[in-house]
Each structure stands twice: as C-alpha cells, then as structure tokens.
Design a protein around this ligand. Structure first.
Ligand code: NAD
Length: 497
C-alpha cells in the first residue's frame, strides 16, 4: 500500500525510499511507509495550487464543506477503536489516552463544521445611499500543514478541519515518527468525496519535505506545531515570500500553588499536569511554583506518589503512563536532568531508566527536581518529558506573595499555559489576568474545549487554533465597495472641459 497522496493519487516516493515506523513501547516495527523527499513535496504543493486555482473546493457552498467535516467526525466515531490503535502503536501511548484523543478529534471536526456555517460577513453602513459596502471572508489558498508526534491526529485535526471549512487546499506533513493516522485521515477525506488535489499528504523529514513546503512560492500559509527552534527556522523560510504563518510552539508552563489552595486537589493535579503522557505535552505543568510555607508538605507528597506511577505500553491495562517517543528523545531528557543536577537542582525522585521488562522500550520515570531557580536551564528550557522543576515563592503580605509568584511564573520566554491554585476568588482572578500565558486554568490543569482559542503568547507562538480565531487563521478578509450610481471622480481636471 503506497502512502503519499498527491493530486488525488496514492503513490510511492519519487526516490523509492521507505521508512520503518517502530512502537516506542517495545521497538517493534509496526508499519513501513513511503519516505517522501523534496521532489514529492514540490509536486504536492503544485497539485494543491492547481486544486485551489481551478476549484471546485474553494467555491463549494459552505454547507457542503461542513457536511464533509461532519462525515469525517461520524466515520471517526465508527472507526474509533482502529484509529486509536494506529495512534497508540505509533506513539506508544496507552489505548485509553488514544481513545480520548479520538473523541477530542470528533469534537474538533464538529466544531468547525458548525462554525463554518455560523460565520457571516459584515455589512458596513458607509453612510452613503448609493454605496453598498461589505466585508467577506475567503480561503487563504494553499496551506502547508506541519505537525508533531505527541498528539499526531489531534494536532492535525486542529489544522485540517478549519483549513477545509474555509475552502483551502493543503499539503500535510505529519511527524516522520507518527504518520499512520494522517494516512487514515487523508484516505477518509478522499473516500468521503473531497475533490482530488485538495488534500495532499507527503511523509518524510522536516529538513527536506518540511523545508521545501515552507519556502515554496505556491504556498500561501504555513501552519506549524512543534518545537521553538523549528518554528524559528520556518518563520525565516516563510519570510522569503511573505507567507502567512501560524505557529504553535513549546511551553514551560507554571503551575502555581498558594498555601490557601485545596491542597489535596492541587497535589493530585500537579501530578497529572506534568506526568500525563510522560510529560510530552506542550501545555504540561513542568514548573511547580509553590508557596514556601507549604513547600515540604506539597513536594514530599509528590515525591511519595510519583515513583508509584505505573509505566507500560499501549495495551497494558494497568499502566498509567507510557514511554517517551524514541530512545533519542530519552537521551535528551536524561541529559537535561543531568545538567539540572550539575546546576544545583536536587533530584528528589526518578532520573534513572527503568530496567526489567521496561528496558525493551524508551521509558523514563517521573522525575522531580527540587530547589530550582528561574535562572536554571532546566527551568527555562523544555525537557518535553516527565520532569518537574520546583521553585518556591513567599511574601509578607497578600499582594507581595502574588507579586512574587507572578515574577517567577512570567519569567520565561514562553507563554503557552499556566495554572493557579487558590480558594481566594479575588486572588484567582488577579493572577489569571496577570499571567502572560495563552491559557490559564484556575484550580484545574489541562482541560480544553474546541470552542475556546488555544495558543501561545511570547515565543510560544503566533496566532490561535480552535475557537473562532482558529477558523480566521485560514481566511482572508476582503472589503467589497460597490457604487450603485457610478459617477465621475472629478479629481483631475479634464483639458477638454
Ligand atoms: P519538531 O519541531 O522537531 O517537529 C515538528 C514537525 O516539524 C515535524 O513534522 C518535523 O518533521 C517538522 N520539521 C522539522 N524541521 C523542519 C524544518 N526545517 N522545516 C519544516 N518542518 C520541519 O517538534 P516535535 O519534536 O515533533 O514536537 C515536540 C515539540 O512540539 C515540543 O516543543 C512541543 O512543545 C511542541 N508542541 C506544541 C504544541 C502547541 O499546541 N503549542 C502542541 C504539541 C507540540
């Protein structure tokens, strides 16, 4: 079965190369896919350009476009178990998490199907009886969609659903490590009636396929989710032809616990905040910022519970979290922890690869680094693994404590998410407004809804996904001025009178 999809055809890579995809839980080969290159990427971009310029998708009535998105949601519901299995095998994540991801994806397709139909242009009252003035939205054009490996189909759905709802064509490049659900989605789209050339899929490395997509002049918009360094490279590549860009990058997200919080809930959620999906979550609460007076109580409890978190593969029903995505990624996480300890962080638990049956996969245990300060690399850079840093704050007055917590929480180049735990409603509101992060949770961590925007401040990104802004990313806005009683402008004199 060939796995690149270009101009309505499934095909192999021009080079004939293939890649084996392995499951990080036990390094078994789960599938072999075609490994695209620059030639495939450029051909896919040209196909998407033709499909946009020649139609019919951009001018397909919105209800028909919305109906297609609804059919994808319905189909995913029917095939949920199979698609979750593909995702679990590629990522190593537990089936229970993969199923939840699929349910989220169904909701994302339904959200954009209904939003597309609810969106209307605007009539402007120009105040002149002969002038009709209105603002309409149109698709941006050809979109290059580049996605990471941690939530492969979910991150893809956040882009594909609004791109199609708005009438665009696209080339999708999923992470080279986790391509199976992207293949499923493009197959589903074509089988549900999407015209040829609208959805193109090129698998392969970022440095070749991704780079070709981001610099190709035929591309109008690049929407990227991934790491900060890649985001910087993409921004520079897109500058050559002034493409629109939407970037969802990393995070180093503070989880602030005040002494007046419901500590039982705060501590339990602090574990989920960082150790869910082994910390491979852009919004993970990787920085615990705890009031000094409760530091020992909170951290001792975390250190008691974290080592008990059970690790295991996708089909191990007793497992509570899975492996890291690859051995290479585990090496990076390990080096990050070693550097933290060298910088003076106190390793309270974890930090050592597990042996026994788990040595078959890329496992790394929940790790807690105490005694951290904002100037440490482990606090400033993403580990993107199950590594929690602990910083403390204190203040003699209520305001001083809040100022101290905010100073630490905002002392980062990132600004994706943050949380505050307190039972003081006024404090909660003040903190929420002062945190420079795109999502703020009060007495909670992690939930999101497709109707609310998602994205980062500062170097966590540009633009927003989901919500209504997530559709607008894929739309151009046009003002149409119609003079119903044309007349001479009379600006320049006419030498003939
Ligand atoms: P990555 O940046 O290494 O790769 C992401 C994608 O970009 C992959 O498809 C990769 O092949 C491609 N790519 C790599 N180099 C490229 C280049 N030069 N040009 C074009 N494309 C290129 O990221 P990753 O390791 O796959 O994912 C982890 C990162 O993603 C973390 O930093 C995480 O915080 C971030 N992330 C952010 C969000 C969010 O919503 N903000 C969500 C998930 C992941």
């Amino acid at each position: 079965m060939t796995t690149l999809h270009i101009a309505g055809e499934w095909r192999a890579a021009a080079s004939g190369e293939t890649r084996e995809i392995t499951c990080p839980a036990d390094r078994s080969v789960v599938v072999t896919v075609d490994e695209g290159g620059v030639a495939d990427a450029l051909e896919a971009v040209r196909a998407a350009r033709r499909a946009f310029d020649e139609g019919p998708w951009p001018s397909t009535p919105t209800p028909e476009r919305a109906a297609l998105l609804t059919r994808i949601a319905d189909r995913l519901e029917r095939e949920l178990e199979d698609v979750a299995r593909l995702e679990a095998l590629d990522t190593g994540k537990r089936m229970v998490e993969a199923r939840l991801d699929m349910q989220d994806i169904v909701a994302v397709f339904r959200h954009f199907a209904s939003l597309a139909q609810a969106e209307a242009g605007r009539v402007i009252d120009a105040g002149m009886p002969d002038i009709s003035s209105r603002v309409v939205t149109e698709p941006v054009g050809v979109c290059a969609l580049i996605t990471p490996w941690n939530f492969p189909l979910l991150q893809t759905a956040w882009k594909v659903a609004p791109a199609l709802a708005a009438g665009n064509t696209f080339v999708l490049k999923p992470s080279e490590l986790t391509p199976q659900t992207a293949i499923w989605l493009v197959r589903a789209l074509t089988e549900e009636g999407l015209p040829a050339g609208v959805a193109n899929l090129v698998l392969g490395p970022g440095a070749t396929v991704g780079a070709a997509m981001t610099s190709a002049p035929e591309v109008d918009l690049v929407s990227f989710t991934g790491g900060l360094e890649t985001g910087r490279t993409i921004m520079a590549a897109a500058a050559g032809t002034v493409k629109k860009i939407a970037l969802e990058l990393g995070g180093k997200n503070p989880n602030i616990i005040f002494a007046d919080a419901d500590l039982d809930a705060a501590i339990d959620n602090a574990l989920t905040a960082i150790f869910l999906d082994s910390g491979q979550v852009c919004s993970a609460g990787s920085r615990l910022v705890v009031e000094e007076s409760i530091h020992d109580q909170v951290v001792d409890e975390l250190v008691r519970r974290a080592p008990a978190i059970r690790m295991g593969g996708p089909f191990d029903e007793s497992a509570e979290t899975g492996p890291l995505i690859s051995d290479g990624h585990r090496d990076k996480v390990e080096a990050h922890v070693a550097a933290a300890v060298a910088e003076g962080a106190v390793l309270r638990c974890g930090g050592e690869r597990p042996g026994g049956a788990l040595s078959k996969g890329s496992y790394y245990p929940p790790t807690i680094l105490d005694g951290c300060t904002s100037d440490m690399t482990c606090v400033q850079e993403e580990s993107f693994g199950p590594v929690l840093t602990v910083e403390t704050f204190s203040g003699e007055t209520r305001d001083a404590a809040e100022d101290a917590a905010i100073a630490i929480a905002n002392d980062t180049i990132y600004g994706l998410t943050g949380a505050v735990w307190t039972q003081d409603a006024g404090r909660a509101e003040r903190m929420a407004r002062r945190l420079r992060h795109g999502t703020v949770w009060i007495n909670d961590f992690h939930p999101y809804v497709p109707a609310a925007e998602w994205g980062g401040m500062k170097q966590s990104g540009i633009g927003r996904e989901l919500g209504t802004a997530g559709l607008h990313e894929y739309q151009e806005t046009k003002h149409i001025w119609h003079n119903t009683r044309p007349a001479r402008a009379g600006w320049f004199h006419d030498p003939q009178g």
